[in-house]
Design a protein. Structure first.
Length: 98
């Protein structure tokens, strides 16, 4: 947890604080406080979409290399792989637009 100077009173406050405890200035409206939060939510999308795509690819590769598994899982694997990839691309585009 880093300490930063309040933009109004210049006193040291936590970088994670939503309001200055010295002068009461809130940081919700200045934009810089909400941006990292938005980026973090997209990081979750990147992670989940990549896990989905990799899991789909892993199941598909296992199936074509002869591993016995449920035909439903084999049918779902390309959907997971393509869906995960499209989800990842969509999240990247959304992160770029926002
Ligand atoms: Zn302050």
């Amino acid at each position: 947890m880093a300490m930063i100077a309040c933009s109004r009173c210049r006193k040291q406050i936590s970088s994670e604080a939503t309001a200055c405890r010295h002068c009461g200035r809130t940081f919700n409206s200045d934009g810089s406080a909400s941006k990292p939060r938005r980026k973090r939510s997209f990081a979750v999308h990147y992670l989940l979409s990549m896990v989905l795509a990799v899991a789909g690819a892993a199941i598909y590769i296992s199936a074509i290399t002869g591993t016995e598994m449920s035909p439903y899982l084999v049918a779902a694997a390309p959907v997971m792989g393509i869906g995960g990839t499209l989800w990842y691309v969509a999240a990247r585009i959304m992160a770029y637009i926002v």
